[in-house]
Write a protein of this length. Structure first.
Length: 157
């Protein structure tokens, strides 16, 4: 349910930003990213349904949500799941962005490993961690290029 809520918020913010003149960059990899995340969730649902849960790893996963909410609160209406750049807007340098360039990617990377491990599904953790690394390689390059190419601010994660 949290992921669906995030997608609704992202869609709202994307529409609002576009109405303000923002542009999307790197859209070609977006379906790949969404498909990978959907496959990860489906694999957890199918394979993890009868699995014993490791409470320590699950606690780590839950703790990550605090960092996710910090990211969302810091970016406010500029948070979206797409790479949306608002020309002339300054880069966000508050909150977790004071310490790391892509804090939400850190959260997602940890989640993709931790949740399957909490369900004793190490192969799922390994496969989707590798897929996520490939997607992030593409995404971070596109985002960094857009933000340093004079288009403006607009971090997405």
């Amino acid at each position: 349910m949290q992921r669906l809520g995030e997608l609704v918020l992202a869609r709202h913010n994307t529409r609002r930003l576009r109405a303000m003149g923002a542009v999307e960059v790197g859209a070609d990899h977006y379906p790949l990213m969404i498909s990978m995340h959907a496959a990860w969730l489906v694999s957890l649902w199918l394979l993890g349904v009868d699995q014993e849960v490791d409470p320590w790893l699950l606690s780590g996963f839950v703790a990550l949500q605090g960092l996710r909410w910090w990211v969302l609160a810091t970016l406010g209406p500029r948070w979206t799941t797409r790479i949306i750049v608002l020309p002339g807007a300054p880069l966000v340098a508050d909150g977790p962005y004071r310490y790391i360039s892509h804090p939400n990617y850190l959260v997602v990377t940890a989640e993709i490993a931790l949740l399957p491990l909490a369900l004793h599904l190490p192969l799922i953790a390994l496969i989707f961690s590798a897929l996520n690394a490939a997607v992030l390689f593409i995404r971070i390059r596109a985002e960094s290029e857009a933000l340093s190419g004079g288009i403006g601010g607009g971090q997405t994660a």
